[in-house]
Design a protein around this ligand. Structure first.
Ligand code: FDA
Length: 405
């Protein structure tokens, strides 16, 4: 008999081999793999639909993985932890599943793979796999309490009754976008079992500006500039986007995961040019162009008065001093700006920090302390760059746990 995909029945001491909390990317992948092994699997989720973040991801087209996935694309207190899972279930493995389902996809910049049509294709594929192997899902199922059985299993008390399981998988994701159902339940479960949780913060998030800078730069809302944005230890070359709240765009989202409060960002708006040398050369040639005319060919004209003084912009290149040229190149190629903060979990794509990798087996995702308790996906202290890396971590870690639960 086919197991219902969405079970809405009340549980009266229902027995499962595996209960997975969270019907997101990692929980669904784990469920498929466990069910393939013949395990009786139930996913529970407090939301009214599974995979909500999959549906909203990648602007509705889900950037589901990347052609190039390395440990260096992830942040973690243990940068080696993710290697094993990423090697065992790779981007190619996920891609072959996508191809088996004949989902049309395309590559964008930096090897990012997106659906041609809709993120729903990815969710439908995962749900079809759950159905195929008999993993079922209970929605609007809120966890009230978790306890360990005398036999080493777990009791999960919910608003729909009590479930028993041999293995419990925590796949509750991070804290970003609370409106979509994000909660700290996974961290609380870890703490209940004395498993360390690193402090969390928003990642892949727009940055806000100090009041003065906000006043100057909000006039540029909607302008995108390809540039290189750096903190002390990382640089990203992508578009920066001015918004009415501050700075966004892929360059800022990427660097936001590395930026520390109080730190200045260094922005090079013309990363491929030796601006100082070019300016000197133009002066040597006797160029009568004004600074603003020449730079206006290279950068959005509205950006210039935000970075350079009126007097500087009006100066003819032939009349500029070395000092002025240095100031121009400093302001354009090493523009320092100190953000005020980030937009926080409300708009962040991911949560940095979480369940300590050193408390888990990198092969199975099982807690080293509490047998048969597993953590997968974003709840773990592994955070990817923008570009499909977070889903790949969810697939890889979910797949690994699915082999052992
Ligand atoms: P995920 O968040 O997917 O699932 C967690 C599940 O747990 C949810 O269904 C939730 O309802 C449930 N849950 C939470 N608390 C619960 C509770 N108390 N009780 C019961 N259930 C509970 N990544 C990427 O690689 N490419 C992309 O294109 C994007 N795009 C993107 C856009 C936006 C707007 C966001 C917010 C995020 C992305 N991401 C992304 C990140 C990606 O969505 C994210 O890293 C993965 O979904 C993480 O998968 P998980 O399974 O760990 O959590």
């Amino acid at each position: 008999m086919a197991v219902p995909l969405v079970g809405a029945e009340g549980f009266t001491d229902a027995q499962f081999d595996v209960v997975i909390i969270g019907a997101g990317a990692s929980g669904l992948m784990c469920a498929i793999e466990a069910a393939k092994r013949g395990r009786k699997v139930r996913i529970i989720d407090h939301a009214n639909k599974p995979g909500k973040k999959i549906l909203m991801s990648g602007g509705g087209r889900c950037n589901f993985t990347n052609y190039s996935v390395e440990a260096d694309n992830y942040l973690s207190h243990n940068p080696h932890f993710c290697k094993s899972a990423l090697k065992r279930f790779t981007q190619w493995d996920f891609l072959s599943l996508v191809q088996r389902y004949k989902i049309a996809y395309h590559e964008r910049l930096h090897g990012q793979l997106f659906c041609d049509d809709s993120a729903r294709d990815i969710l439908d594929m995962l749900l079809a796999e759950c159905r195929r192997y008999g993993a079922s899902i209970s929605l609007q199922c809120a966890v009230q309490r978790i306890a360990q059985d005398a036999g080493g299993g777990f009791q999960v008390h919910t608003n729909q009754g009590k479930l028993h399981c041999q293995s419990l998988v925590v796949a509750t994701g991070g804290l970003s976008i609370p409106k979509m159902g994000a909660t700290p339940l996974g961290y609380r479960i870890a703490e209940q079992f004395n498993i360390k949780v690193w402090p969390t913060r928003a990642g892949l998030v727009p940055l806000t500006l100090q009041p003065h800078d906000k006043e100057v730069f909000s006039a540029l809302t909607g302008i995108a500039v390809p540039c290189e944005v750096s903190t002390q230890n990382r640089s990203f070359r992508e578009n920066l986007l001015f918004t009415h709240r501050g700075l966004s765009g892929p360059a800022i989202l990427q660097i936001s995961s590395y930026w520390q409060p109080g730190e200045a960002l260094v922005i090079n708006c013309l990363p491929d040019r030796d601006l100082l040398a070019e300016l000197k050369q133009l002066r040597k040639q006797g160029s009568k162009f004004k600074v603003k005319t020449w730079l206006g060919e290279l950068l959005p004209k509205r950006l210039l008065p935000a970075l350079l003084s009126e007097a500087m912009l009006e100066c003819a290149l032939v009349d500029c001093s070395d000092k002025q040229f240095r100031q121009i190149s400093d302001h354009i190629q090493a523009w320092h700006i100190r953000p005020n903060g980030s937009e926080g979990y409300r708009t962040a794509e991911v949560t940095i920090g979480g369940v300590d990798c050193d408390a888990l087996s990198s092969k199975t995702m099982e807690s080293l302390k509490v047998k048969r308790l597993y953590f997968v996906g974003e709840v773990v202290d592994v955070t990817g760059w923008l570009g499909g890396y977070n889903f790949q971590w969810a697939w890889s870690s979910g797949w690994c746990a699915g082999q052992y639960v």
